[in-house]
Design a protein around this ligand. Structure first.
Ligand code: SF4
Length: 255
């Protein structure tokens, strides 16, 4: 199965720098998709297979002759897509385990649409930073009514793991939920509904950390992302009117 690799990014991890592994292929069709070139399940010249991804991960550690030590060029290796959970467990294990064994923290960007794969990641302690895209089904051109429930199921699994974590198995450093918001889909009522579902995941928390266009500073929280550059969204001719941060802040105050 095919992957792309980005050696350095400052935008995709909650702290420090990261490399990003993009798994090609996604069965969904989000109206705002920034990764349309990665949605097809195919092999494109220049794509990598798993052993080549692992070589790239190994190369993120460079030998420094002066200090006679290996230096890490990034803190995290992030697994993204497409929908990375479409990949086989064996492939996920190989790359994620290799990244951790090489001394990197790992992260995943996913819709959580395969809770059984989330369980696999949790059981094997393969991920340190979970970042779930919670969409609201109407975001998709071909609406997938089940997607929100699947995401919720996955969120609950991670939360349950967090609650039961002991110091010895303190694997999860961050657990963030992201929603890319569009006025035409996420009106105030929809955001209120989504907020109540997210709050239900974290019943022990008095206050949910909600941030706009940046990762929450807390270990867990909900990030609302406004559409940044609609020119990158392809020629879909959709009404994707975005919120300003001021408008979103007003809605958050009323949640
Ligand atoms: S889940 Fe991600 S890759 Fe798939 S269509 Fe939506 S935005 Fe694009």
């Amino acid at each position: 199965m095919s992957y792309r690799f980005l050696e350095h990014s400052l935008l995709d991890s909650p702290e420090g720098a990261c490399a990003v592994v993009y798994g090609r292929g996604c069965p969904l069709s989000c109206k705002y998709c920034y990764n349309t070139s990665l949605r097809d399940f195919c092999f494109v010249p220049g794509d990598l297979i798993v052993p080549e991804v692992n070589e790239k991960i190994t190369a993120l550690k460079r030998w420094n002759e002066a200090t006679r030590q290996y230096i890490k060029t990034v803190d995290y290796v992030i697994f993204s897509g497409g929908e990375i959970l479409c990949k086989h467990e064996n492939e996920l294990y190989s790359m994620m385990h290799h990244a951790q064994r090489s001394g990197f923290l790992t992260g995943i960007f996913t819709t959580g649409m395969f809770p059984e794969k989330i369980k696999f990641l949790l059981d094997n302690k393969l991920i340190n930073f979970y970042h779930f895209d919670y969409k609201y089904y109407d975001v998709m051109i071909k609406q997938n009514l089940e997607i929100d429930n699947l995401t919720m199921e996955s969120l609950k699994l991670v939360w349950k793991e967090l609650l039961h974590m002991t110091k010895k198995s303190d694997c999860i450093k961050y657990f963030h939920i992201n929603t890319t918001v569009m006025k035409s889909v996420h009106d105030e009522d929809v955001l209120k509904y989504m907020h109540s579902r997210v709050k239900n995941i974290f019943p022990e928390l008095m206050k949910l950390d909600i941030s706009i266009n940046k990762f929450p500073s807390s270990k867990w929280g909900w990030k609302l992302t406004t559409l940044m550059d609609q020119n990158t969204l392809g020629n879909l001719n959709l009404n994707l009117e975005t919120y300003s941060e001021k408008e979103l802040n007003q809605i958050i105050e009323n949640l």
